[in-house]
Unconditional design. Sequence first.
Length: 253
Amino acid sequence: MPHDPGRVLLVGAGPGAADLLTVRAARAVGEAQALLYDALVPQEILDLAPANCLKIQTGKRAGRTSMAQTTINRLMVRLARRGLNVVRLKGGDPSVFGRVGEEMAALQAAGIEAQVIPGVTAAAAAAAQFGFPLTHRGQARRVVLTTARLDQGSLAEDWRAAADPEATLAIYMGGAAAGEIRERLLAAGRPAVTPVLAVENAGRPEARLFTGVLAGLAEMIPGHLDGPVLIVVGEVAALAVARQPDLLTELAS
């Protein structure tokens, strides 16, 4: 007999710490019959899924081999048509560089019920963890979330919004392109002495903070970092405070 179709939940896993999942996201993972998850989702979150849940890693890590988006779309549709309740688990928030629009469109075209569950995005996690605001009266009236690279791997061309002195610029997946980013921002008119910071593994206990000014951005970030790197440019970056490891452990426990 044919199955009644299941549904697909597009769920934000947040920056990686299980206690930063929303209650709704944790419930969705705990009830999943099939789980399609990004490579950066940690094991402690995957362990929330039922023992008999079908778990499939889709990759989706910058600069590394991952499942094609069209394949992910087909897989979600196929599993839902088998009657399974599917969770598509993404790092951060699905609507921030998470291709949620493409996946939602594919599911809707196939007649599959779909819903988005938001998550904590890396910029918010970094700000909370290292004590700086994304907006600040008299310094930062706007926040610009951008990614360093386009689909083809080339650096984005238009950085005019980044020249706004009252904007905090949060650049996702920017570590490997720090030198190019610096040159584009300087050319767009951002002063060389603008405070900047970079956070590796934002929101996790092992997160690391690097601070400096725009002129030294490339030299500020070590070349051997393995975790995702968020770069923040703007006056608020000067307010960041490094957290001690014991405090991070206490907050995560």
